[in-house]
Ligand binder design. Structure first.
Ligand code: BGC
Length: 413
């Protein structure tokens, strides 16, 4: 399969997962609570805060032409309304490092972590988050926009309903009572009702706020320097109804994906992020089909899910598609290669059928901090030695880099 001219071949990361020392964020605070849902602390992560030049050089050398990363809001606006010029200059250097190495920077403005002050004011459960997010986007675009190749507003802005319908996140009333939420609120000098950390939020109120924040964020990003496409990224799964579960599956699809994809209709693109499929029965989520291979995340090994999701996203959003995340957590790199080959074959079929797919970003560039699960799941194309920070490219990284350089999967190994 040959890909269209100008196809974006990238890898993706998020600030909190790779930079290290994200001290002012809600996630860092949560990781350090005596009762915490996190299996371990993010610590130095991959120290990309200091090693971004080395990392850009390595990704470019492998053959990629783009890099998706996030700017950390908690660094750029450490207190409400107080912007750090030093942090902005840091990201200017990161963006320049991408450019110097021929990597088109795709920038995510919010990838799960937020400043503590936002969490203490209700995060995205509070309507104040909408203007706060827009103000942050405006400032960043004004300062750095001319270096962007493209931008994503809030990573997986549908993640609250997505996790709830998948049975991964408890219902709204349970979330509000979780012991760590109570302790986190106390630490921040607020009450549990006023504390919220994305995406551990009440679904009922977050959806509308993130959609408004997205819309205002798009306007703010476009008001700054530079002209670049802006889109939302949507967490998607191939949702399958097991007999009896048809109604529940249709409802899950509607509330966790479709309403967000419909809201993407005025955007320049929609980012599809797919890892697996979900089976839904008459009582709700069923988990992976017994006997089938599972990944380190406990997901069904299901690379075919990507094609299904691209087709649905294109049919509903009716805008160009970029696969902003596709990947697998596994210790066995041969399974990673099999996963990516199958996922790309699906992307190829979509393109052949006339769907405007403009890029593929593998999650993740390197093994990193996988949120609640810490450093156990290995998503990276590059392994990172946690003691020395030494990077070692895995065979799938070498192969996918060659595919990227050739713009084709028809390459000799
Ligand atoms: C998130 C990433 C995460 C990945 C793998 C995505 O939902 O955007 O931050 O690491 O999934 O679980």
């Amino acid at each position: 399969m040959k890909f269209p001219k100008g196809f974006l071949w990238g890898t993706a990361t998020a600030a909190h997962q790779v930079e290290g020392g994200n001290l002012n964020s809600d996630y860092w605070m949560m990781e350090h609570l005596p009762v915490t849902p996190f299996m371990e602390k993010s610590g130095d992560a991959c120290d990309q805060y200091h090693r971004y030049v080395e990392d850009c050089a390595l990704l470019a050398k492998l053959g990629f032409n783009s890099y998706r990363f996030s700017i950390e809001w908690a660094r750029v606006e450490p207190e409400e309304g107080e912007f750090s010029q030093a942090a902005i200059e840091h990201y200017r250097r990161v963006l320049n490092a991408c450019r110097d190495h021929g990597l088109a920077p795709m920038v995510t403005l919010q990838h799960f972590s937020s400043p503590r002050w936002l969490a203490a004011k209700g995060g995205f459960e509070s309507v104040g988050s909408v203007t706060a997010f827009a103000r942050y986007c405006e400032r960043v675009a004004h300062e750095l926009g001319e270096l962007f190749a493209s931008a994503c507003t809030i990573n997986e802005l549908n993640s609250v309903p997505h996790l709830q319908v998948g049975g991964i996140m408890p219902a709204d009333d349970v979330i509000a009572e979780l012991p760590w939420r109570v302790e986190a609120a106390r630490r921040l000098g607020t009450t549990p009702e006023n504390f919220s950390m994305f995406p551990f939020c009440a679904c009922s109120v977050t959806g509308e706020n993130v959609l408004k924040a997205h819309r205002m964020g798009v306007v703010a990003l476009k008001s700054g320097r530079g002209k670049f496409p802006v889109g939302m990224t949507v967490a998607m799964a191939e949702i399958v109804a097991v007999p009896g579960g048809e109604e529940k599956a249709a409802h899950a699809e509607r509330i966790s994906e479709d309403i967000f994809l419909e809201a993407a209709r005025n955007d320049d693109f929609v980012g599809v992020q797919t890892y697996t499929r979900r089976r839904i029965g008459s009582d709700g989520p069923l988990g992976p089909e017994p006997g089938l291979e599972q990944t380190q995340m406990g997901y069904e090994f299901r690379p075919q899910a990507l094609e299904v999701c691209i087709r649905r996203a294109a049919a509903i959003a009716k805008v160009p598609i970029i696969v902003t995340e596709s990947g697998i957590g596994t210790e066995d790199d041969t399974r990673r290669r099999a996963f990516v080959e199958a996922a790309l074959a699906g992307v190829g079929r979509c393109i052949k059928d006339g769907i405007d797919v403009r890029g593929y970003y593998y999650w993740s560039s390197m093994d990193n901090f996988e949120w609640l699960l810490g450093y156990m799941p290995k998503f990276g194309l590059i392994a990172v030695d946690r003691a020395t920070q030494k990077r070692t490219v895995k065979p799938t990284g070498e192969w996918l880099g060659k595919v990227a350089r050739a713009n084709s999967t028809e390459i000799a190994d």
